[in-house]
Design a protein around this ligand. Structure first.
Ligand code: 1AL
Ligand code: ZN
Ligand code: ZN
Length: 444
C-alpha cells in the first residue's frame, strides 16, 4: 500500500487500549495499524516512535481566541500554534471575546473565514445564545455551529449579554428543536452580585475574598436551575468549567434521571488551589474561581469515577495590563491562559502522580469530546479511517515550562516555572506535521 507517512513502533493510546503498533497515514487519514516493525515503508516519510506514546490529537472544546476584534488578546494564529505545541489538533472557539461576538450567521461566516486562513489545526465554532438572537439560532446551526453557548452571569465584556431565565427557556426550546446542544457558564448572577457588593463594601478585597464571592453554591444553584429547564424543554446541555465535586455530583444525578447533560472541567481546577492563586496572583484568576486543595483531589476522584466527561482548557487570555491594572483582584481580567499545557498537566498530575490511566486521559481529551459533538469516528480515537490527528509524547521526559516556550500572543501562564513530566515531541493534524519539538533530547 502506498503511504505518505509511517510511524514505527509507537505505543498507541486509545480510550480503551494501550498497545505497540506501526501506523500508516495516507491523504490525512490513518489507513494502517499493524504489528510493530511490520509495515511496508515504501517511499513514505518515516517517524521512529519507539519508546514514545501516540495519543489521539486532543480536542479542546473550549478556547477563546478572540478573533475578530480582540486579536490583540490572542488570535487564531498564535492560539492554534500553542495548541499544536500541546498536542491539540481540534479546537472549538467560543462565541464571546471576539468582537462582535458570534451571534448571527454573518458573524459566524466571518469568523469561519478567518479560522480557515489562520488556524494550523482543525476547528469548529460555537455560536452564542444571548437575549436578542433567538431568531438567529437556526441560521447559525445550519452554517455548522457545533452548539450554542450562554452565560448565566455577566461575562466580563459588555458585548456578550448573559442569558436571563426567559432567554434560557426560549433558547433551550429552540435548540432542542434543532437537536443541537447548549453549553453553559453556570454561576448565579444574583448570588455573585450580592456577595461581590457586600464584600467590596466591607473592603474585603483579597484573593480569598474574591474566591468566596463566587462560592460553589452559586455554581450549584445555576446548574440545578438549568437542569430543571433541560428536563422541561428536552434540550441537551454541556456544563463548562465545573470547579467542584458537589456540582459534578448534581450533574451525575441529573444524568441518572435521564437528562442529556455532560460535565467539563479544566486542568487548572485539577492542579491549582486558592493557595496557589494567592502565590501566583492575577494570572490564576478565573471564574468560577480556584477552590481549596481538598477540592482538587475530589475532582480527580470524580474523573476516575467517570463523572467528568470532558477536559477543556478554557484558554481565556488578555493583554498583560488587564491582569495588572485595577484596585484589587476584583478588577483584573478573569481568565487563565493554559491551552498549550492541558496534556502536560494531566500526565504529570494524573498519570504520574495519581496513577490515572493513559486511556482515561485520552477518553476525556479526545474520545468523549468527539462523541459528544458528533466528530466521532472521524476524530477522537486512533482507528483505521480516522483523521490522522496524533501527538507523540515521551512520557518520561521532564521539562520546566519557560516563558520562551509559550506560543501565546502574551507569554502569560500560571504554569511558568512548573516542572512537567511527559513532553510533546511531534503533533500531526490531518496527516501534516504542525509541531516538532526542537529542544527535545529524543529525536523523532
Ligand atoms: N469572558 C471570558 O472569557 N470568560 C472566561 N473566563 C473565565 N473562565 O475566567 C469564561 O470562560 O467564563
Ligand atoms: Zn465561562
Ligand atoms: Zn471560557
Amino acid at each position: 500500500m502506498k503511504l505518505d507517512t509511517v510511524i514505527l513502533s509507537g505505543t498507541l493510546v486509545t480510550e480503551n487500549d494501550v498497545f505497540e503498533a506501526d501506523l500508516g497515514i495516507l491523504n490525512g487519514k490513518v489507513v494502517a495499524i499493524c504489528e510493530p516493525d511490520t509495515i511496508d515503508r515504501g517511499s513514505a516519510t518515516v517517524i521512529d516512535a519507539k519508546g514514545l506514546h501516540i495519543f489521539p490529537g486532543l480536542i479542546d472544546v473550549h478556547v477563546h481566541f478572540n478573533e475578530p476584534g480582540r486579536d490583540q488578546w490572542e488570535g487564531l494564529d498564535t492560539g492554534s500554534k500553542s495548541l499544536a505545541a500541546g498536542g491539540v489538533t481540534t479546537f472549538f472557539d467560543m462565541p464571546l471575546n471576539s468582537n462582535p461576538p458570534t451571534t448571527t450567521k454573518e458573524r459566524y461566516l466571518e469568523k469561519k473565514q478567518l479560522a480557515d486562513e489562520k488556524s494550523i489545526v482543525d476547528y469548529r465554532l460555537w455560536a452564542g445564545l444571548v437575549p436578542d438572537n433567538i431568531e438567529d439560532l437556526e441560521g447559525l446551526y445550519e452554517e455548522g455551529a457545533i452548539g450554542f453557548k450562554a452565560f448565566m452571569s455577566e461575562c466580563g465584556t459588555d458585548d456578550f449579554q448573559y442569558a436571563d431565565n426567559g432567554t434560557l427557556l426560549k433558547g433551550m426550546e429552540k435548540i432542542a428543536q434543532l437537536d443541537s446542544i447548549l453549553a453553559l457558564h453556570a454561576e448565579s448572577n444574583e448570588m455573585i452580585n450580592y456577595l461581590t457588593y457586600k464584600t467590596k463594601k466591607e473592603q474585603r478585597l483579597s484573593i480569598r475574598d474574591y474566591c468566596n464571592s463566587r462560592p460553589v453554591l452559586s455554581e450549584l444553584e445555576a446548574v440545578e436551575r438549568v437542569l430543571s429547564y433541560a428536563e422541561l424543554t428536552g434540550c441537551k446541555l454541556h456544563i463548562v468549567h465545573v470547579s467542584s465535586k458537589r456540582v459534578i455530583d448534581s450533574i451525575k444525578e441529573a444524568k441518572e434521571r435521564g437528562i442529556d447533560v455532560t460535565a467539563e472541567t479544566c486542568p487548572h481546577y485539577l492542579s491549582l488551589s486558592v493557595d496557589d492563586f494567592e502565590e501566583i496572583g492575577p494570572t490564576a484568576k478565573c471564574a468560577p474561581p480556584l477552590r481549596e486543595r481538598e477540592e482538587v483531589d475530589l475532582l480527580w476522584q470524580s474523573l476516575r469515577n467517570g463523572d467528568i466527561d470532558i477536559i477543556s482548557s478554557d484558554h481565556s487570555p488578555s493583554p498583560p495590563e488587564m491582569k495588572t491594572q485595577g484596585e484589587s483582584i476584583f478588577d483584573v481580567w478573569g481568565g487563565i491562559a493554559g491551552c498549550q499545557n492541558t496534556l502536560h498537566v494531566l500526565l504529570t498530575e494524573g498519570y504520574h502522580k495519581r496513577e490515572v490511566s493513559l486511556s482515561k486521559i485520552a477518553e476525556v481529551t479526545a474520545f468523549q469530546p468527539a462523541k459528544r459533538f458528533g466528530l466521532y469516528p472521524n476524530k477522537g480515537s486512533i482507528r483505521i479511517g480516522s483523521d490522522a490527528d496524533l501527538t507523540l509524547i515521551n512520557l518520561n521526559e521532564e521539562f520546566e515550562l519557560k516563558t520562551k516556550d509559550l506560543k501565546y500572543r502574551h507569554k502569560i501562564s500560571p504554569y511558568i516555572g512548573k516542572t512537567f513530566m511527559g513532553k510533546t515531541l511531534y503533533t500531526i493534524s490531518k496527516g501534516q506535521c504542525v509541531f516538532k519539538d526542537a529542544s527535545s533530547k529524543t529525536s523523532v
